[in-house]
Design a protein around this ligand. Structure first.
Ligand SMILES: [Zn+2]
Length: 188
């Protein structure tokens, strides 16, 4: 790193993320490179947004898991059902690291599809395959401690990420919350 960048680098934090793909379209012999490229395209907007605030959303591993019972997830994943236990056993990231599970669908308690869900207690985020391009960043926001939603579609924490307008805003209080999260660690 050039000396001039030292100040910026000092303040940069990273969120280490393990991706686990549960999509039914993924076969054991699927072309990992092309899957990775699709995934990268999907998360790039959110990565760029966070990086503009010195938070790096850093993929550190990627793996497809053949767990048919988890391709459609009950959003109330914190409970004690067999499905919920299987998910938690499927992958437990290291302390202060996150896991992002890509699934076919996520259903709310009424059986309605939702695009994403975050479980800070387990370091986990679920993203449905029909999620918008901002869902990843939005759920990472929840993972990093932002609770609730805003009423402005100009902000990342607007409830319906599919209706976010343009490149969304992260406000100061949201950044302070996220930067103080245990998942946001100094870059080593
Ligand atoms: Zn939300």
């Amino acid at each position: 790193m050039p000396v001039l960048s030292t100040t910026r680098v000092k303040s940069r934090l990273e969120v280490r993320i393990h991706f686990r793909n549960l999509l039914s379209a993924v076969l054991p012999d699927a072309d990992t490179a092309s899957i990775n490229k699709k995934l990268k395209d999907r998360i790039r907007g959110s990565q760029d947004l966070f990086l503009s605030h010195e938070i790096m959303l850093r993929p550190v591993s990627y793996e497809s898991l053949d767990l048919p019972e988890l391709k459609v997830l009950d959003a109330a994943i914190l409970g004690a059902s067999a499905e919920q236990k299987t998910l938690r056993q499927a992958f437990t990231p290291s302390k202060n690291e996150a896991a992002v599970f890509l699934v076919d669908a996520i259903l709310d308690p009424n059986g309605m599809p939702i695009s994403g869900s975050a479980l800070p207690e387990y370091g986990a985020v679920m993203i449905a395959k029909y999620a918008s391009s901002w869902t990843f960043g939005h759920e990472i926001g929840h993972l990093l401690g932002i609770e609730g939603h805003t009423s402005s579609p100009r902000r990342l924490m607007y409830e319906d990420t599919a209706k976010i307008e343009g490149i969304p805003v992260l406000v100061w209080t949201e950044l302070v919350t996220m930067r103080s999260s245990a998942f946001a660690q100094p870059v080593v």
